[in-house]
Write a protein that binds this ligand. Sequence first.
Ligand code: DQA
Length: 145
Amino acid sequence: MKILVIHGPNLSLLGEREKDIYGSITLEEVNSNLLAKAASLNIELEVFQSNSEADIIDKIIAEKNNIAGILINPAAYTHTSVAIRDCIAGVNLPAVEVHISNIHAREDFRRTSLIAPVCIGQISGFGMNSYLLGLEALVAYLERG
Ligand code: DQA
């Protein structure tokens, strides 16, 4: 079973970006933790980061027949992207939305996710563990429904 992991805009800056909010973990560290978790769950991961809405959509469409589900941190596109929302709805694959910070405890504009309604669930506020918990939840959903 293969899962597509998508990191949205500015997540390549993890480790140097707003450390008081996102901590000092880097994207490479997030990815190596995810790969270790995937190995323990006996699944395959493909990891993709882009700052471009179009590239994220193109990647989901390119992989849709090769993957069982999507783990996505849409970053700022969470709050703005009807196009990513429509893509996730359109490919009809289970998706889990994750956030490092608790988007519900920050500015008002972050409290709305356009993506969450087309996902099976959202995990927000647990730092890097949001990704690991999200992966576990997605795999459990795919294996047990
Ligand atoms: C984020 C939260 C978003 O509001 C923000 O735009 C990000 C990161 C998070 O992981 O906490 O870039 O998705």
